[in-house]
Design a binder for this molecule. Structure first.
Ligand code: GDP
Length: 447
């Protein structure tokens, strides 16, 4: 995870911010001697951004003479580790000499800095905000850790530093680049035909790497090139668990994939193909896996295998389709394809749909497009007014992609009924062609 350090002199509000961002998640109090003695660390979360958070609190009882020295040691240690430093000042107190000194150290550190003017609620903070502008650290973000104001501005200021780090995490490729390998996992009950399917695909296409041990203790990755309809070769990285490797290497009987194994593979996949045995139909365990994949925010494609030997094809297909719509109530219209791993029929379509699904899963919608849609959507179906109190949704931004995640701001939006949330999500799906990828919408009521 990218690391964010909260820097600032005592009493500016660092701990309040730390607690707000870390929330109920366990905060580790580091009790090692030395510079890290007073530091707190935790997993922070802000409107969908995840990061490790370091709080350099703990000098509150320091005497004035030794404070700058100790603070400097700690601050420098934290900033060295951080991808971005949140430098907090007290807008009501204005910029103090100690703040100026901290700013001087920070400027030489090379770490990106976000200047946060805390306690910014009300007019008393205005002179302090103006002083902060003159510090040469960019425009301060007016904030109130106490009142939770300025969260969105903080989010906007942190996002570029955090998302870049996120993308680099554990992967050399920029996952949002269109030519990055499609990370695909094939899951399903034993005997659904997973190995047959993978071997068929690999027999047809050019293998570029693998099988490579890696990702988890029991998994392998195989990379190969798929040729699309326009003749472009596009890399696919297939993630699979131990059973496959045995088959590939020693041709011995497969270890069967359990639900737990499948879910481990899902962790590393962008798109998950759930393979069903058409001669067996859809069972409870399949729905459980599908549901879990969607809950994890992954894009899902379902393939009915052994179509070459399936009987009563149209009633079979409709039956499975209906059971999916009912069983996966939160996401309608998950792609359902028919394939034969044995003959290879439908496999090319399967990969094409997987690429298209990833594209939707990674899609970023501009704020302009979003809000044009949003105005129409709330006009066509105005939000209810429970107990006579009006709920006023104001605007929407996209917090992240993969899966597409949005934040709705406005008065009392946290009181919107689930049915209205579903209306918005479904309307957004149609407007922006998200298909059946999971779409998340978080409500942020304004105060
Ligand atoms: P896995 O446990 O999901 O990896 O399943 P396997 O790939 O080992 O396949 C289980 C059985 O189904 C094997 O006997 C395969 O030959 C057979 N099988 C797999 N795919 C097809 C298919 O498309 N058509 C037919 N007729 N048989 C298949």
């Amino acid at each position: 995870l990218p690391t964010v350090a909260i820097i600032g002199r005592p009493n500016v509000g660092k701990s309040t911010l730390f607690n707000r961002l870390v929330g109920k998640r366990l905060a580790l109090v580091d009790d090692q001697p030395g510079v890290t003695r007073d530091r707190r660390e935790g997993d922070g979360e802000l409107l969908g951004l995840s990061f490790r958070l370091i709080d350099t609190a703990g000098f509150e009882d320091e005497d004035a003479a030794s404070l700058p020295g100790r603070m400097r040691v700690q601050t420098e240690a934290a900033v060295r580790e951080a991808d971005v430093a949140l430098f907090m000042i007290d807008a009501r107190a204005g910029v103090t000499p100690l703040d100026e000194e901290v700013a001087r150290w920070l400027r030489t550190s090379g770490t990106p800095i976000v200047l946060l003017a805390n306690k910014a609620e009300g007019r008393a903070a205005e002179p302090g905000i103006h002083e902060a502008m003159a510090m040469g650290l960019g425009d301060p973000v007016p904030f109130s850790a106490e009142h939770g104001e300025g969260i969105v501005d903080l989010f906007e200021a942190l996002r570029p530093h955090i998302e870049r780090e996120d993308a680099a995490e554990g992967d050399d490729d920029d996952p949002e680049a269109p030519d990055a390998p499609l990370k695909l996992a094939v899951v399903g009950r034993p005997n659904a035909g997973k190995s047959t399917l993978i071997n068929k695909i690999l027999g047809q296409d050019r293998l570029i790497t693998g099988p490579e041990a890696g990702i988890t203790r029991d998994s392998i990755a195989i990379e190969w090139l798929w040729t699309d309809g326009e003749g472009n070769e596009r890399p696919v990285r297939l993630i699979d668990t131990a059973g496959m490797r045995k088959r590939a290497k020693v041709q011995e009987k497969l270890e069967k994939l359990s639900v737990a194994d499948a879910l481990r593979a899902v962790d590393f996949a962008e798109v998950v193909v759930l393979l069903l045995d058409a001669t067996k139909g859809l069972e409870a365990q399949d729905l459980k896996i599908a549901d879990k994949v969607l809950q994890e925010g992954r894009a899902l494609v379902i393939a009915l295998n052994k179509w070459d030997v399936a009987e009563n094809q149209s009633s079979l297909f409709n039956g499975v389709k209906g059971a999916l719509e009912e069983g996966l109530a939160q996401v309608k219209g998950v792609p359902l394809l028919t394939v034969s791993a044995a003959t290879g029929k439908g496999l090319d379509t399967l990969i094409r749909v997987a690429f298209e699904t990833r594209e939707a899963w990674s899609r970023r919608i501009t704020t302009g497009q979003l809000n044009r849609w949003f105005e129409r959507a709330i006009e066509a179906n105005p939000p209810p007014a429970p107990g006579g109190k009006r709920i006023k949704p104001r605007y929407v931004t996209q917090a992240k992609t993969r899966p597409p995640s949005f934040i709705l701001f406005g008065t009392r939006v946290d009181q919107l009924p689930k049915s209205y949330e579903r209306y918005l999500v479904n309307s957004m799906r149609k407007e922006f062609d998200f298909g059946a990828v999971p779409v998340r919408l978080t409500m942020r009521p304004s105060k």
